[in-house]
Design a protein around this ligand. Structure first.
Ligand SMILES: [Zn+2]
Length: 134
């Protein structure tokens, strides 16, 4: 099965869980979330799947103390903007002690439970970040 025949659903699912973006091999731009067309090269660009290391540093963050419905049990929690080592910027929740967070802090992606759907008992998972090396 060639890569091009993988259904979009699976591709999206994979990117959500594994922090996979796309890279334009023509100009070396890296995209997350994955793009199917390089805005620089347009149709001349050749895009391929790109697996991020998941490591990067915090460029900004906010500590959330008033959560939306369904997330009250998780407060306070931090949501940050992380600049990945490979160049792309991604936003996400940063788990752990929010008081230890700082701009420039090294973080890595972790696969964590996001929330539980109370009615159906469905547990949703996704990528979060935690402080690296502590
Ligand atoms: Zn390009």
């Amino acid at each position: 099965m060639s890569q091009g025949s993988v259904p979009l659903f699976w591709r999206l699912k994979k990117s959500k869980y594994n922090l996979i973006g796309t890279k334009c091999v023509t100009c070396n731009s890296i995209f997350f979330p994955p793009k199917t067309l390089c805005p620089e090269c347009r149709s001349k660009g050749k895009l391929e799947e790109f697996q991020f290391s998941g490591r990067g540093e915090v460029i900004s963050y906010t500590v959330i103390t008033a959560a939306p419905e369904g997330f009250e049990a998780y407060t306070p929690y931090a949501v940050g903007l992380i600049k990945l080592d490979e160049g792309a910027t991604i936003s996400g929740q940063i788990v752990g002690d929010a008081s230890k967070l700082d701009i420039g802090k090294r973080v890595k992606s972790v696969f964590r439970k996001m929330y539980e759907d109370g009615s159906g008992g469905v547990i949703h998972y996704g990528i979060k970040f935690e402080v690296d090396g502590e």
